[in-house]
Design a protein around this ligand. Structure first.
Ligand code: NDP
Length: 296
């Protein structure tokens, strides 16, 4: 038997529809237009693609999009000034500073200058602390997307063994925290983990966020497990390149109960969750009920 494919493209379209419906209600009932400001410093080609995509999807959802493109040699002080302006701008409900920043800037200082209420990436230390203590917070977009997919597929996850492979601040750690909040028994594996295949074989839910193409083998997966592959790795194929995940998809597909493909799994969920977080931020700021199915 092959695994059920968890279609992130279709699910993210449903999330964007929910966002757009909520935005339409905010506009008509409260005269409010959720606004997202995205700041890009420098010319990194991948970041330019992400920022374009974020702008397009924000506008398509009926929200206001404010783009700020700054040259590579912008000083940290100038960037912090812009962040302060956006913090004080009532039309802006969400602020995202596209990473990576140029090396002369201290990314933590910039992220922590963003008002926690507008920190739609969920990277501010206050939001990390709120998530860690099980309180309402802005949740980082990629783990939020993974969790929404898991909830949709599994419903109640209470008591399940979840293994998160990777312990980065943007994916692994918040993902583990979210699964803990869902009452899973959570293990975080990383580069120093001993007997990794054996640890992974215990997972009813496996989230791979390691950045190593097809590292997770079929026989590392518990039969029937739900596998979420966060990895986005570009590998050469003949004259061209192709995207693969951190999981050997063909092998895992024979063992897992359900699996996200790459591309078309977690990837499309990330921007959809950025839009969802912007609506959540707008509602919180204005003391309005949060949109259903878009938060945790
Ligand atoms: P990082 O490089 O920040 O973290 C990778 C983690 O994997 C680290 O914790 C590292 O362990 C661990 N690791 C590395 N090698 C091994 C190994 N051989 N065995 C066990 N663990 C290992 O990556 P990110 O979390 O930022 O990203 C992970 C992947 O997810 C990447 O492919 C990235 O492109 C993708 N991604 C996708 C997104 C999306 O929208 N779908 C968004 C963000 C990321 P240690 O801490 O010990 O070094």
């Amino acid at each position: 038997m092959t695994a059920q494919i968890l279609d992130g493209k279709a699910f993210s379209a449903r999330i964007r529809d929910r966002v757009a419906a909520h935005v339409a209600r905010l506009r008509s009932e409260h005269d409010l237009v959720p606004g997202l400001a995205v700041v890009l410093v420098g010319e990194d080609p991948a970041s330019q693609v992400y920022v374009r995509s974020k702008h397009r999807q924000t506008v398509e959802a009926g929200m206001a999009s404010f783009e700020h493109r700054l040259p590579d040699d912008t000083t940290e002080a100038d960037l912090l000034n812009l962040v302060h302006q956006l913090n004080n701008d009532p039309q802006v409900h969400g602020i995202l500073v596209q990473l990576p920043l140029p090396v002369h800037m201290n990314a933590s200082a910039v992220i922590d200058a963003i008002s926690p209420d507008k920190d739609v990436d969920g990277f501010h230390v206050s939001n990390v602390g709120l998530l860690g203590t099980g309180q309402n917070s802005m949740v980082p977009c990629t783990p939020l997307g993974c969790l929404l997919m898991l909830r949709e597929h599994l419903g109640d996850m209470s008591g399940l063994n979840a293994v998160v492979l990777g312990r980065s601040n943007i994916v692994g750690k918040p993902m583990a925290q979210l699964l803990l909040n869902e009452n899973c028994t959570v293990t975080i594996a990383h580069s120093r983990t001993r007997d990794l295949p054996e640890v992974l074989r215990r997972a009813d839910i496996l989230v791979a966020a390691v950045g190593r193409p097809r590292m997770v083998q079929g026989d590392w997966i518990k039969p029937g497990a739900t596998v979420i592959d966060v990895g986005i790795n570009r590998i050469p194929e003949g004259e061209k390149t192709r995207l693969v995940g951190d999981v050997d998809f063909d092998a895992a597909n024979e063992v897992a109960g359900a699996i996200t493909p790459v591309p078309g799994g977690v990837g499309p969920m990330t921007i959809a969750c950025l839009l969802a977080n912007t609506v959540t931020a707008c509602c919180r700021t204005n003391g309005l009920p949060l949109p259903e199915g878009l938060t945790v």
